[in-house]
Design a protein around this ligand. Structure first.
Ligand code: SF4
Length: 343
């Protein structure tokens, strides 16, 4: 049985060879423009077709759903038929709804502070499995709007499980479907990477103005290698050069992500060096206090220490904001629901 999201949107005709073209177009609209949780809601399709598609609408099933922050954060653990599990987190704000999605089941990058990294790599996600996370979140919002937030995903960030640039072709195709088929704007999609520089160059050559976020986490190679082992292959200078090429190509400002860990990368020295890098790059800095995980030794700094770090970066002329850590009570950091399911 073929799952419609696992077929390219332009190839849906092949899935439904006996249906007229307008019928295929109606299905495409449901899948990409107006997703719904069940085929029963696809009211303009004949009942027989709805029944035929009923058990195979979604490529992955929801194994767990958690809600927090007064209904403004929802986290899903999706499970594919082969057992691969990924997470997505939906966050509602007054003027935007942001979805954090996964690009791989597990991750081969082995960042030492990350729950997913400790699990290792399971497999790449297919384009349809990546896109279906966005579609599912939109279907959920349609059925269960969040208080005071838009009932549609406005921003997608590749900050869930996996390194998106290590699964480039699938991520590219998922982004294409979001923009060219579902009608999202490229600017509302953020690809976050630990720094696969050939992937950054490929992304820079794409026609869509997506946002690039570099997960820096340390301002010198010695410390960064301890946190992000991939730094041995693509050290900071290479990363920054690739970021500059991306900015030149797209005219889009890169953001620097910094997961703040107590007594690891929260010193005044690191703040000053980070500010220097951000100024040279013209990049904005997002600081995210670490969400502790049972699998990693690093801890979250105190709110005072966090504030001091952000102030220090700003004091040296860079623009730095503290990102809110949504869903702490529902294990909303990347990989944590997966950890709980496996332990
Ligand atoms: S932080 Fe991102 S890149 Fe690093 S191990 Fe975790 S999922 Fe992979």
């Amino acid at each position: 049985m073929i799952v419609p999201y696992l077929v390219a949107p332009e190839a849906l005709e092949e899935l439904l060879p006996d249906q007229p073209r307008y019928r295929v177009e109606q299905l495409r609209q449901w899948l990409y423009r107006h997703p719904v949780l069940t085929t029963a809601e696809m009211t303009n399709l004949p009942k027989s077709l709805r029944a035929e598609l009923a058990g195979r609408l979604w490529p992955m099933q929801v194994e767990a759903q958690q809600t927090g922050d007064g209904g403004r954060t929802v986290k899903w653990l999706f499970r594919a038929p082969d057992g691969a599990a990924v997470e997505a987190v939906l966050m509602g704000y007054p003027r935007r709804t942001t979805l954090c999605i996964s690009s791989q089941a597990g991750c081969a990058m082995r960042c030492t502070f990350c729950a997913t990294g400790q699990f290792g790599f399971e497999r790449h996600l297919a384009p349809g499995e990546i896109f279906a996370q966005v579609a599912y979140a939109n279907a959920h919002l349609r059925a269960h709007p969040m208080p005071d937030s838009p009932a549609r995903v406005g921003n997608v960030v590749f900050m869930g499980m996996g390194e998106p640039l290590a699964n480039y072709d699938s991520v590219r195709e998922a982004i294409r479907r979001m923009i060219e088929v579902a009608g999202m704007s490229g600017r509302s999609i953020t690809v976050s990477t630990v720094g696969i520089t050939p992937g950054i160059d490929r992304l820079a050559a794409e026609p869509w103005p997506v946002t690039l976020a570099l997960s820096l986490h340390a301002a010198d190679d010695h410390l960064r290698e301890q946190l992000v082992p991939q730094n041995r292959r693509y050290p900071i200078d290479d990363l920054l050069a690739a970021a500059q090429r991306f900015q030149r190509g797209h005219g889009r400002r890169v953001t620097l992500e910094w997961t703040l860990m107590a007594d690891v990368n929260d010193s005044a020295d690191q703040a000053r060096s980070l500010a220097a890098i951000a100024l040279e790059l013209g990049a904005h800095v997002n600081v995210i206090p670490m969400n502790p995980t049972p699998l990693a030794p690093q801890q979250r700094p105190s709110p005072e220490r966090t504030r001091r770090f952000v102030d220090e970066v700003n004091r040296h002329g860079a623009t730095c904001t503290l990102r809110d850590t949504r869903g702490t009570e529902i294990d909303a950091a990347c990989g944590q629901l997966r950890v709980r399911a496996a332990t």
